[in-house]
Design a binder for this molecule. Structure first.
Ligand code: ADP
Ligand code: TYD
Length: 208
């Protein structure tokens, strides 16, 4: 457990509905009188939001896979120090749109054997897993179509295409199989309300 608070992350491929569901969960918890914080990665603190711009905008070949891993980890460290740990210490429920599982998949799968380095760097510099992770699972082509429709100019990763997204979907499901107590899989290929009902039920069950 994380301090006195609880740390809930959302994971999944681009366009699976994480941001939508994270926001709805946050609103539901606040509406129910719980003390919650909504945050995201990369970002979630002023310094990490600056790093977000560096990694998500510009030429897809701008950074090597290794440099990118260091940038995401630097952003996470700042986010952890400035936002997540203080909130957990204050007893808040931290809802985070993506965390280290995204690095395990996006950097870990993208080039050769980076996965071992992702885990080593995580152990060395972060050392914190979420208490509960909600994996929003869906078909990559449908997710990609949703994400591209959003048109927010942060398309560096989305431009990697559906083959990589397919490997990531499988990779996320493998992570969930390896850590079934932490990671719960939710079928994201349904309407927003149906997904939100499952998210809410799982989180309420966990918090109880
Ligand atoms: P992510 O954070 O996983 O990339 P978003 O929550 O930003 O996904 O959703 C991507 C796009 O798809 C947004 O335009 C959002 O409004 C839309 N969307 C989210 N959930 C659903 C859903 N269950 N069905 C249809 N469209 C959705
Ligand atoms: P995000 O804004 O959550 O994108 P989306 O809403 O499309 O899912 O995250 C931006 C991109 O950053 C996304 O394509 C995944 C990537 N990413 C990594 O490659 N490594 C990481 O550690 C994190 C947190 C995100």
């Amino acid at each position: 457990m994380s301090g006195q608070g609880r740390f809930v992350s959302f994971e999944g491929i681009d366009g699976s509905g994480k941001s939508t569901q994270a926001r709805l969960l946050y609103e539901a918890l606040i509406g129910a009188g719980r003390d919650a914080v909504l945050t995201r990665e990369p970002g979630g603190s002023p310094g990490a939001e600056e790093i977000r711009k560096l990694v998500l905008e510009g030429d897809p070949d701008r950074w090597s896979a290794e440099t990118e891993l260091l940038l995401f980890t630097a952003a996470r460290r700042d986010h952890l120090e400035r936002t997540i740990r203080p909130a957990l210490a204050a007893g808040q429920i931290v809802i985070c749109d993506r965390f280290v599982d995204s690095t395990r998949m996006y950097q870990g799968l993208r080039s050769g054997d980076l996965r071992a380095k992702v885990d080593a760097l995580h152990d060395l510099m972060i050392g914190q897993e979420p208490d509960l992770t909600l994996l929003i699972d869906m078909d990559p082509d449908a997710g990609l179509a949703r994400a591209l429709r959003r048109g927010d100019g942060e398309a560096r990763f989305e431009s990697f295409g559906s083959d990589l997204q397919r490997r990531m979907r499988q990779g996320f499901l493998d992570l969930a199989r390896a850590a079934p107590d932490r990671i719960r899989v939710i079928d994201g290929a349904r309407n927003v309300d149906a997904v939100a009902r499952d998210v809410h039920a799982l989180v309420m069950d966990y918090l109880a």
